[in-house]
Every structure is written in structure tokens, then in C-alpha cells.
Design a protein around this ligand. Sequence first.
Ligand SMILES: C[S@@+](CC[C@H](N)C(=O)[O-])C[C@H]1O[C@@H](n2cnc3c(N)ncnc32)[C@H](O)[C@@H]1O
Length: 247
Amino acid sequence: MRFTVYTLFPQLIEAWRGEALIGRAARHGLIELEARDLRRFAGNRTGRVDDAPYGGGAGMVIRVDVAAAAIAEARAGDPTPDEVVLLSPAGAPLTQRTVEALVRQRHLVLLCGRYEGFDARTEALVDREVSLGDFVLMGGELAALCLVEAVARLLPGVLGDADSHAQDSFTTGLLDHPEYTRPPEFEGSPVPEVLRSGHHAEVARWRRREALRRTLERRPDLLQGAPLDDDDRAWLASLRAGPQDGA
Ligand SMILES: C[S@@+](CC[C@H](N)C(=O)[O-])C[C@H]1O[C@@H](n2cnc3c(N)ncnc32)[C@H](O)[C@@H]1O
């Protein structure tokens, strides 16, 4: 899968491309991650891409002609991008469902803003606007890299174990169950006995129930859309009822 990132700071993207699992995926040809400098489209010798906002106010705005020229280059690329994505706090919050949709594409183009962001007319030139959440970053690069990581890890061969994302938080509609490793006891806190029992069915049942417990406690909103069976619903009802007298 190919990712082309348009940015004023290509080195930020290139640094990421060399390291860890993204670096390994790039070396193995599972992904291509290319950074392109937005300043190439400045149309002046200084490389200046921004201008003052109409109506006044603080900060500078990236010009629409700069964005349009970059997007035109991207759309003429080979392979043709499936989507041009603008990273913006005003975009739709990135979710695992969106990530699962994006992983079906062959080529994504990601457009990173800086300063006060892009001229609003840029929005009409892209296919999708994505936000990382309800906070404001200094630039779109980290948001773009988060999107690249979230999508790339779903590609076959990128993670060592093909099943390792199957139980991830949000993939199942719930938060993930808690995980433990050695030592079996740490400062009086033991690993739950069932996880050391070797009883696979009991382990699976415990994990499902703990995933439900965590989700109920921390993200009850997720339960509305999660696929639940009768056992799940009965377990959630018992958790909601709390400890019973004499239990
Ligand atoms: C300082 S921000 C611009 C913020 C803009 N004035 C606003 O309040 O919506 C500069 C750039 O950072 C990126 N950015 C900042 N926060 C983001 C977020 N939550 N999600 C995605 N991109 C973000 C966008 O590319 C944006 O154009």
C-alpha cells in the first residue's frame, strides 16, 4: 500500500519511515511512505506558501493555489490515489472503522497543514477530512503518521502475528481485555490464576468478561454498537447490579 504525504516538513515523515515496524514494512515492500514538500508549489523563490487571513486576525493561512497544485500532482500520480485526505481538527474523528475502510485502498494521499491551516477552499478539493481528536496539534504530520500506523498495522505481514490485531480495542467493538506477563506476582499483585491454568476455554471466557468489564467502566458508549450475545448481556447486567448481599 502506498502513502504519499504532502507537508512543509518532509523530514518528520522520513524519520518515521526508517524506524520500528513501519521501517520494517517499508524495507520489506509492504508499504511505501513518501513525503513531498509543499513548498515546491509555492510559486515563488522564497518557498513561502502562506498569507495573512482575510478579515484579519492572528496567524497565517496556507494558500489554496498551493494546496490545489499539490493535489493535482497527487491525483495525476501512478497509481492514482483512491483518496486525498486532509488532516484537520474539523475533520471526522479517526476511528478503527475508518481505518478498516482505508486499509482496503491502494494509495492514500495525506495533506498536512501548519499555522492556521489551509484556506477553507481546500476542503472542496479533498475526498475526506480526518481529525485525530478534539485537540489542536501544531501540524498535521503527527496526525498523518498516526493514520499511516493505524492502517499499515492491518496490512498482511506488517505485524509479526497475523492475529495480533484481531482482539485489539475497538476491532471487537470493545476495549481489549487486560494482559499480563512474568513475573507471576509483583509487589503483592498476582496474575489472575485462570491465566496460568492452561484451560483455554476458561481463559477465553475470562478475557471476554474482562473486556466487557473494562468497556463498561471506561467506555460505556462503545457497548451500544458492540455485538453482544446473551452471556455478555447477562454478565453486564450482573456488573451493573453490583455485588449482591450474601454473594
Ligand atoms: C494549528 S493547526 C490549525 C488549527 C485551526 N486553526 C483550528 O483551530 O482548527 C495546524 C494544522 O495542524 C493539523 N492538526 C491540528 N490538530 C489536528 C487534529 N486534531 N487532527 C488532525 N490534524 C490536526 C492540521 O493539518 C492543521 O491544518
